[in-house]
Design a protein around this ligand. Sequence first.
Ligand code: SF4
Length: 280
Amino acid sequence: MSKKWNMIVDVAKCENCHNCFLVTKDEHVSNDFPGYSAPQPLHGHEWIAMRRHERGQAPIVDAHSMPVMCNQCDDAPCIRAGKDGAVYQRDDGIVIIDPVKAKGQKQIVNSCPYKVIYWNDELDLPQKWIFDAHLMDAGWTRTRAEQVCATGALRSLKVSDEEMREIATAEKLDVLLPERKTKPRVYYKNLHLMHKAFVGGTLVRVTDGVEDCQSGVSAELSHNGKVVGAAITDHFGEFKIDGLEPESGSYVLTLTAPGGKSSTHPVHLGISQYLGVFAL
Ligand code: SF4
């Protein structure tokens, strides 16, 4: 079975340093790779673009980021939008916008549901990240973006589709906009940090009017009678239950102290939220 390129992005490891964005500029601005890509303009294009997302309220807040680039889709709308074979997928899975045939084909830009195709006014050309195809063809095994990522958030893999399916299942990988059925070859790990919500809170024990952080308390969240998440309070008395669907309605939070004392609280989930301080 033929092996094809895939990329795994781990959102939990991305530090928003922009190295992947910058190295792609370094590779393509002013550089022509005939057959692969024409030079990227200095300004206005983000072939690897950073997306950021903040969640929660003080004191439980997190901020995450992730690079978004051409997903090298197996069922790519951009291929259908291009005339005369201007966009095509190679046998190794990489999608190329032909820098000669695509000239003047502005309709290709809007065809991408991920908004990662940019219009080059000067060259009259749609352009995007090419998975360093010119380097991979020269024997490289890792993209430049992967090589400059100091935290190891990016991983290029050349494997069969069957192997990739197994990896995606084992590592609980997601793709962007799965409902568009474009069959992306770029996968995301820990995508819940960008797309899902959490609830958090703080547990205290009150002794003689003095509040003290209470660790080891079980926090359990139920939705329609079914437990959908649980956590144990840490040394600061804080808990965080993650991976919840935003705007998903009513929940019940049950807090149970190690001694068995418990309380229940209604929760209405909109976006990620800090529920406040609870005394048990
Ligand atoms: Fe085409 Fe956009 Fe899919 Fe890339 S992500 S293959 S540009 S549709």
